[in-house]
Design a protein around this ligand. Sequence first.
Ligand SMILES: O=C[C@H](O)COP(=O)(O)O
Length: 282
Amino acid sequence: MFDLAAIYRISVDQAEIDRAVARIAPATGQAAHADLRLAIACMDLTTLQGDDTEDRVRALCARAKAPLPGDPTLTTAAVCVYHAMVPAARAALSGSQVPVAAVSAGFPHGLSPLSTRIAEIHASVAAGATEIDIVIRRGHALTGDWQALYDEVSAFRAACGTAHMKAIIATGELTDATMIARASTVCMAAGADFIKTSTGMEKVNATLPAGLIMMRAISEWHDQTGTRVGFKPAGGIGTADLALQWLALLRTELGEAWMTPALFRFGASRLLDDIVARLAGD
Ligand SMILES: O=C[C@H](O)COP(=O)(O)O
């Protein structure tokens, strides 16, 4: 049962969030090396470009299956593409354990007709995507229409069936910390398996303060319901140093239980290159 009144009671102190982010202590030395390998294992290796081709997607899938030269044991968590590229990705990843994630529901803006957004999800699931990254319609959050947001995300949840659903909040387009926390909680109430910061196409994408607000919403949801919802920062995470900061924040806020591809993902198109270069230099 969706508790609308509880959503209005959520309130976040931005200054306290900023103080907590200032205390982040990224791993160093061997611990950093282990965290960077974890970052690869937790990565949704992504291409979401207007000039994507099947050849580019096949090359991305080859990297997803063997992301770290000389280490056949490691893969990325998933490959993330537009719907049109799902069949090529599926074919390229056949025989591996790497799933295909499709961005959907009117990605990146979420403003096409609801029936179209739902049909998109059905089509991607039918094409073999087992993870679906939906976007919320930001207007519902910006106008405080939490019931409408809940109803839409619930419809997306139903359309996903057994596919894992990641709900993109687009934090850079929401106005404050409380709105980010409320949107996160509504998406979890509607059945999101993961909540995700950004599409990568907002003017402001994944930020540590917004991520911390979402992690705390996940922690509170776990305390209230016993359900562990995953977290995916995405957009603009391109360096090993930044990945280490995110993992330090995750470890502090949600703990080791979340430090697994089942509950944490980086959505990233360039991060793998920087991590591979860093690990090669270690
Ligand atoms: O969902 C993933 C993002 O679109 C990736 O963003 P990025 O290209 O800035 O890494």
